[in-house]
Design a protein around this ligand. Structure first.
Ligand code: PLP
Length: 439
């Protein structure tokens, strides 16, 4: 039987209903329809400008319509739009050269992917193949992606809906001074206890069964948790001692977000593998990848690496990376992000916290911050429970709407307001955004 035809879709809201949206319940939504952008703003169909205070999902690091990136994509589109990953490509090689040029020491090769999730999947696969070991350690309070392996590694409520417990994934507690799992009272104590705990987990799992440890160098969407100085170095030492592959997940923080090219740079640490995406080209064309160190690279010189993606290192995505990375060097974007954290955004948010009893903690680094909301500062009971949805999440949903009504786009996750503007945002725009949140 022929199905009746849907009525013609004409206005933008109707068209939005045709899209199945990730992460949210489906159905009609009261949201603006975006049609343009410039710098730190996006523009809706009526010409209304919204300040993008989260760089979308923390990826538009150079803001919107950056001319260097747009021109690079256009020039590549005129020359060669697509090419299989097995062929040598000038633009892919140039992107790899620029990426390796800013990478931590010893990470001299790039496997390209089309997303951060795929970068994590490949990093874990490489580690398992190179070591012949099955297990992978990952932190509670983490996000590593939404395919089977990566969602199982993830330690936040988003994995609950589909997590049946993956073979070989073991979670551990990382350091988190504000909500310490170890009862610590100083960051130094937290660092020491978290490293002791991790070593116990490794010893009790059996070091010879552990292929890899996957760790966000700064925890992003699960809390913006900056590890105490020395923690990443301690992790590096433990991995080296036990022959475990150290995979740094820098999908969200890599390429300047924390005020260094990579967040491991703050602790002067080089992992064995480093997963990246987002900031590599500000998300103008999907691109991710894994920076590969010598130990893993050598495991695949005699035998083939048995996996890949049709669109690995897509020429348009690599062209966007070349444009973005050149612009970041020219405009000293990484220094701007550091200044933003130390002198502009960080102090403004600390000041905001003073006036609100519901602000339990403000923490962050560079251009990545969070405001954690609580019912009570002493008990630290979250303003909405972990994993809250629907009615239980109403206060946070109301906050998002109230900001949007004031032309500000924010990213709210759980009981936290994440503030992660483009790294090149102007000081006046920072002041406006903080003022709206305050109000
Ligand atoms: N790892 C981290 C730390 C992330 O923040 C994300 C996405 O936000 C991912 C992995 C997954 O990346 P993607 O959404 O590009 O697949």
């Amino acid at each position: 039987m022929r199905r009746p035809r849907r009525r013609a879709q004409t206005d933008a809201m109707d068209l939005d209903e045709l899209v199945f949206h990730p992460w949210v319940a489906q159905g009609p939504r009261q949201v603006p329809t975006f049609v343009g952008g410039a710098g730190s703003h996006v523009v809706d169909e009526y010409g209304r400008r919204y300040l993008d205070f989260s760089s979308q999902l923390v990826f538009a690091n150079l803001g919107h319509q950056h001319p260097r990136i747009v021109e690079a994509i256009k020039a590549q589109a005129d020359r060669l739009c697509t090419l299989a990953p097995s062929h040598a490509s000038d633009v892919r090689g140039e992107a790899a050269r620029l990426i390796v040029g800013v990478a931590p020491e010893g990470l001299g090769h790039v496997l390209f992917t089309t997303s951060g999730t795929e970068a994590i999947e490949h990093a874990v696969r490489m580690a398992r193949l190179a070591t012949g070991r099955p297990k992978v350690l990952a932190a509670y309070r983490s996000y590593h992606g939404s395919t089977t392996t990566s969602i199982h590694l993830t330690g936040d409520p988003r994995r609950w809906a589909s997590d049946t417990g993956a073979a070989g994934v073991v979670h551990f507690f990382g350091p988190f001074p504000y909500r310490s799992a170890f009862g610590s009272s100083t960051p130094e104590e937290e660092c020491e206890r978290a490293l002791d705990h991790l070593e116990q987990v490794i010893l009790l799992e059996g070091p010879s069964t552990v292929a890899a440890l996957v760790l966000e160098s700064v925890t992003g969407s699960s809390g913006v948790i900056v590890p105490p100085p020395g923690y990443l170095r301690g992790v590096r030492e433990l991995c080296t001692r036990h022959g475990i592959v150290y995979i740094a997940d820098e999908v969200l923080v890599g390429f300047g977000r924390t005020g260094a090219w990579f967040a491991v740079d703050h602790d002067e640490v080089a992992p064995d593998l480093l997963a990246f995406a987002k900031g590599v080209n500000s998300g103008y064309v999907p691109l991710g990848g894994v920076l590969v160190g010598e130990r893993i690279f050598e495991a695949f010189t005699e035998r083939p690496y048995p996996a890949g993606l049709t669109y690995s290192g897509h020429p348009l995505a690599c062209a966007a990376a070349v444009g973005a990375l050149r612009a970041m060097h020219e405009e000293r974007t990484v220094e701007s992000a550091a200044r933003l954290g130390n002198s502009v955004l960080g102090p403004a948010l600390a000041k905001l916290a003073e006036g609100h009893p519901s602000v339990g903690d403000v923490r962050g680094i560079g251009a990545l911050w969070t405001i954690e909301l609580v019912r009570d500062r002493r008990s630290k009971e979250p303003l909405v429970p972990t994993g809250a949805a629907g009615e239980a999440n109403a206060p946070m949903a109301a906050f998002v709407r109230a900001c949007r009504d004031r032309d500000l786009l924010t990213l709210v996750l759980g009981n936290r307001i994440h503030v992660a503007p483009p790294l090149n945002i102007g000081d006046a725009d920072v002041a406006t955004g903080v003022e709206v949140i305050d109000e």
